[in-house]
Design a protein around this ligand. Structure first.
Ligand code: GDP
Length: 375
């Protein structure tokens, strides 16, 4: 029964009380989606996509969630399971009829199949990093010595006054984090305290947090004052960033250029150097463009690709991949097929957890308690 009534509080309140008096109760968090799952209208990965879609903060995040909701991930996982069920059937047949020894060609074919399943599982697993960037946004950290214009740049990028800008070095004592959406992609930008020998406890803590933020960054914007020759602290920071994905930002481009990035000795490719003026707000578009390009070198995830976005799915795939590896090893060694069957079943269970073919109340509670009420 669907009741539709006028929106006034009094009427709604009375209708609700009457309905509850007649035996109805309010829905719990995610109850409608849970029911859809329990009644077989969608599988667990699809049910989780409902929540992911609601929580999506970027166009791209929403699109990937919608694709998961349509069952794309489920079909890939389902395909893996089908292949594994066939392999398991062969293993079990060989166990049940030990006299008709599984011959060498069959064993080779089985091995090829198991290894292919493992490779496929691994490729799926490898999409998680990209999936995380879609879901959480690309973690960009702004680093550089004091007074090069980090806070100004962050403000200019966000197009609003968020960080405190001052002409005194060492005033940003905390890590500020803000998100912006560019081309449908979420970028989380963190401005770090100027990395230098700190004066005072607040700055020491700031520098510690800066280092932590740097460690977690997908990409570092290494800001330099383009209007001054590079100095020792620039070079020290550059050395500390070696091997990290970096874009060198030559800021203050409204002033005569005096910095030479070649001196950094990082072998920075030209596409990794961007000139900006946080003051005059120039070069910002190019910078955001460079960030997206560095974060997705082979282009944004295209329509139709499958991405693993959830840690739960990733954990299950890690287990499946490991168990598939053990299954193949046992078959290859020709050692106890019973053991191979146990491992194959472990892989099958792990894959089943993703789509909810195998669930426990614990798993369901954890998933659906995160939903909003009535969804
Ligand atoms: P931070 O310590 O690296 O965060 O640097 P701030 O953002 O606090 O900027 C330090 C000083 O440089 C301030 O006086 C800014 O106004 C100035 N500044 C920042 N960006 C630019 C720029 O693009 N051009 C010029 N001319 N000055 C800038």
């Amino acid at each position: 029964v669907e009741l539709s009534c006028h929106g006034g509080r009094v009427v709604l309140g009375r209708v609700l009380r009457a309905v509850v008096a007649a035996g109805a109760r309010p829905a719990g968090p995610g109850e409608f989606t849970l029911r859809a799952f329990l009644n077989g209208r969608m599988d667990l990965a699809q049910a989780e996509a409902v929540q992911e879609l609601i929580a999506a903060e970027s166009e791209l995040g929403a699109r990937v969630a919608a694709e998961q909701l349509s069952g794309r991930l489920s079909r890939v996982v389902g395909g893996l399971r089908d292949g594994l069920v066939e392999a398991l059937a062969e293993i079990e047949a060989a166990i049940d009829f030990p006299d008709e020894d599984i011959d060498v060609t069959d064993q080779d074919a089985l091995l090829v199949r198991l290894r292919a399943l493992r490779t496929e599982t691994r490729s799926l697993l490898e999409t998680f990093e990209e999936g995380r960037r879609v879901r959480e946004g690309v973690h960009v950290v702004i680093a550089g010595r004091p007074n090069v214009g980090k806070s100004s740049l962050m403000n200019a990028l966000l197009d609003e006054e968020r960080a405190i800008v001052t002409a005194e070095p060492g005033t940003t004592r905390d890590v500020l984090r803000e998100s912006l959406i560019y081309q449908g992609v979420a970028l989380t930008i963190a401005d770090t305290a100027g990395i230098r020998a700190p004066r005072g406890a607040a700055e020491t803590e700031g520098v510690r947090r800066s280092r932590e933020a740097l460690a977690q960054a997908d990409l570092v914007l290494f800001v330099l004052d383009g209007s001054a020759p590079l100095d020792e602290s620039d070079r020290q920071i550059a050395a500390g960033l070696a091997g990290r994905p970096v874009i060198a930002v030559l800021n203050k481009s409204d002033l005569p250029p005096r910095a030479n990035v070649i001196e950094l000795g990082q072998g920075l490719a030209p596409e990794c150097v961007v000139q900006t003026s946080a003051l005059k707000k120039t070069g910002l578009h190019e910078l955001k463009e460079a960030v997206v390009e560095r974060a997705w070198p082979s282009g944004l995830p295209h329509h139709g690709g499958v991405l693993v976005t959830q840690a739960r799915h990733r954990a299950a795939l890690v287990r499946a991949e490991a168990a598939l590896g053990r299954t193949a090893d046992i078959v290859e060694d020709g050692a106890g097929l019973e053991l191979a069957a146990v491992e194959a079943r472990e892989a099958l269970d792990a894959l089943g957890e993703i789509i909810g073919a195998v669930t426990t109340d614990d798993i369901l509670n954890t998933i659906f308690s995160k939903f909003c009420i009535g969804k």
